[in-house]
Design a protein around this ligand. Structure first.
Ligand SMILES: Cc1ncc(COP(=O)(O)O)c(C=O)c1O
Length: 396
């Protein structure tokens, strides 16, 4: 949220005050105005695999341009089920246990709206991807935050346990985690699962970066742990895996009961979306393994390129194990630790855009000195950005 604290937006209902304009809109506008390299928003500046793009063109050309079925085209639901079985040995019925959504964003919103009563509590990891708080607020529910602390950004299981109360309805987990790049380990996930079972909680997991893990870090879906298949809503989307963030094709997998409940909310949000893009994402999900390993290897190299530049520039760099993002501590370069001020000045100073992590915290002070850069950019763009950032070390 980019609004200054306390600024009220006219007409806007109380429950959405504070969600005015996202920082991404402000920073992307700044990038356009200054011609800076935009490492703020998490989208690639390169296209997805030709098989996926060609399948979309073919779908448009063969008349798949009307409303798809409410739960998504069967081809995609079947491909999602195949993908879950192939990568994780999780078995879902494509007719009753898979729902196609307008990106992961709609899946998260629909899950909150469908599953929460007003006043219910939702436990989320903080820093928090910005749509979670808005989705929780739209459902009239209340967020309870469990903070991941630098430098390790590991999950504090005691803090998680302490955040669960009698009002807790959902655990909303994100791994690989935006913005920290943390990938929860099998041991951490096992304990999250044990807590969910013990307290009889529903769990919504956002796994949009499932294929973007580095250095051998392994993504393990929470639904795999004992007692979890029946209480977990697993969410993902094609945007990050196939470099098609503008298509907004997402999905969720769960039990028939949970899918039916969430479909009830979803059908009145968008009903359906992206008809011709759905079979195209299905083609992507069926690509051979080397596509997925190549994607992660390419991003790991991009991460290395950007992290080297950030270290060289003098930042404190928290090296991510996954996602598109790296978080840095700006205090070695800016002792007052004003991340918002730093990001607002950075485009004019050296021609690079980043986002201040304070927007991912309920208490902005907690993330004040942290800034996030995206490395989902072509290597030559990252090299140029790194060269520009290096000037900061020289006093630019
Ligand atoms: C953690 C997380 N969840 C969800 C999304 C949005 O996914 P989609 O574009 O499929 O709605 C993003 C996009 O940045 C994200 O970082």
């Amino acid at each position: 949220m980019a609004d200054e604290p306390g600024a009220r937006v006219p007409y806007l209902a109380d429950r959405l005050q504070g969600f005015g304009t996202t920082i991404f809109a402000e920073m992307s506008a700044l990038a356009v105005r200054t011609g800076a390299i935009n490492l703020g928003q998490g989208f690639p500046d390169y296209d997805g695999p030709p098989e996926v793009l060609d399948a979309a063109v073919a779908a448009i050309r063969t008349g798949q341009n009307q409303y798809p079925p409410g739960r998504g085209v069967p081809t995609l639901r079947e491909a999602v089920a195949r993908h879950q079985r192939r990568f994780y040995h999780l078995v879902y019925d494509p007719d009753t246990e898979v729902l196609v959504t307008a990106g992961a964003t709609e899946a998260i919103a629909a899950a909150c709206l469908a599953l929460c009563e007003p006043g219910d509590e939702v436990v989320v990891l903080e820093p928090t991807y910005d749509s979670y708080q808005a989705s929780i607020a739209m459902a009239g529910a209340v967020p309870r935050f469990v903070r991941l602390e630098p430098p390790g950004y590991r999950l504090d299981l005691d803090a998680l346990r302490a955040a669960v109360s009698d009002r807790t309805r959902l655990l909303l987990v994100n791994s690989p985690h935006n913005p920290t790049g943390t990938v929860l380990t099998r041991e951490e996930l096992a304990q999250v699962a044990a807590l969910a079972v013990e307290r009889d909680l529903l769990v919504v997991t956002d796994e949009v970066y499932e294929h973007l893990t580095f250095d051998g870090a392994e993504h393990v879906p929470l639904a795999l742990f004992p007692g979890m298949r029946e209480r977990t809503v697993t969410i993902s989307s094609g945007g990050k895996t196939f470099n098609t963030t503008g298509w907004k094709i997402g999905w969720l997998c769960s039990t028939p009961g949970l899918v039916t409940a969430i479909t009830t909310a979803k059908q009145f949000l968008t009903y359906v979306n992206g008809g011709p893009f759905q079979p195209a994402i299905a083609a992507g999900l069926d690509l051979p393994d080397d596509y997925f390993t190549g994607l992660a290897a390419g991003l790991a190299a991009q991460r290395d390129e950007l992290c080297a530049g950030l270290v060289e520039a003098g930042f404190g760099v928290f090296r991510p194990q996954g996602t598109y993002f790296v978080t840095v501590d700006i205090r070695p370069l800016r002792p007052d630790g004003d991340g918002m001020g730093f990001c607002r000045e950075l485009p004019e100073r050296v021609g690079v855009v980043a986002v201040p992590n304070q927007v991912f915290y309920a208490d902005p002070d907690a993330g004040r000195h942290l800034v996030r850069f995206s490395f989902a950019k072509r290597p030559e763009v990252l090299r140029e950005a790194a060269a520009r950032l290096a000037k900061l070390g020289a006093g630019a």
